[in-house]
Design a protein around this ligand. Structure first.
Ligand SMILES: [Zn+2]
Length: 269
């Protein structure tokens, strides 16, 4: 895999080098170190994209991960603009972010499932529950792996070959909204607690809906700001994406159902 993303592009001499951690303007410094946050950089290499995840070895993966989630969701314009700057985007790093985000979402789903199972008084150590959990986890992971693979609203229209490449390499970050699934088990726990005292708030469905909305928003905003696709295309993409996710969900649920049926036949043999 090539790590250079500066094909047929003018040198970035006229572009500001921004700190990859805090986006501080790094022009005209004597020492290759950000005066704002202290992160070191190599002045001779093309600067890395200003995505905190790419600096997680310096600032720690926890801080880098959540700073990246905030960037994609709260400042999508800045995030999308990285596709159009002469910066380095290591594809492997973006894919690792996607895997981490899928792991966060699956772990949140598992925690939610466990909470509900405990509240319903299920026997957690029974083979049936264990097998059910294993299948459920595999189905969730398979679904998210498929649904975060990234689709575009059309052929790239944003500019040079290099920016097209960066657009593709940055796209795995656009699934960042899924990370907000960490709040779902908390909301479900709150719902369950409150329902003990006889009040049903039903906040859990809204929490799940919010995660979907954040995911959708991140993907759509990236098409708009990163791909610079026209409004009509982005609008169509925004409508089609949930349909595509639904198709994936039905497909993977069918596979999961078949596996579950097969396993239950084996257990009952
Ligand atoms: Zn900095």
């Amino acid at each position: 895999m090539t790590t250079s993303s500066t094909t047929a592009e003018p040198a970035q001499g006229n572009q500001a080098r921004r700190c990859a951690v805090c986006e501080y303007d790094l022009r005209g410094l004597e020492v290759p170190r950000c005066p704002e946050c202290g992160a070191a950089f190599n002045p001779d290499a093309p600067p890395p994209a200003a995505v905190p995840w790419l600096s997680r070895r310096e600032i720690g993966w926890w801080r880098a991960y959540w700073a990246t989630v905030r960037l994609v969701l709260l400042r999508p314009r800045s995030f999308g603009a990285e596709a159009h700057r002469a910066v380095e985007v290591p594809l492997g790093e973006a894919l690792r972010f996607r895997v981490a985000t899928i792991a966060v979402a699956v772990a949140s789903a598992c925690a939610t499932g466990l909470l509900i199972a405990v509240a319903e008084g299920e026997a957690l150590l029974s083979p049936a529950t264990a097998v059910g959990f294993a299948i459920g986890t595999a189905v969730a992971a398979g679904y998210l792996a498929m649904a975060t693979v990234g689709v575009n609203s059309g052929p790239f229209a944003g500019g040079s070959v290099a920016s097209d490449l960066r657009f593709t390499r940055l796209r795995p970050f656009a699934c960042a909204g899924l990370a907000t699934s960490v709040f779902v088990p908390l909301v479900v726990a709150f719902d369950l607690m409150v329902s003990r005292s006889g009040v049903d708030l039903f906040l859990s469905p809204f929490a799940v809906l919010m995660v979907g909305l954040n995911w959708w928003m991140g993907e759509v905003a990236y098409q708009h700001f990163g791909g610079r696709f026209g409004a009509a295309r982005v609008f169509l993409f925004a409508l089609m994406l949930p349909v595509l996710w639904l198709v994936f969900a039905v497909g993977i649920a069918a596979i999961g159902g078949l596996v579950a049926l097969f396993v239950s036949l084996l257990i009952n043999l």
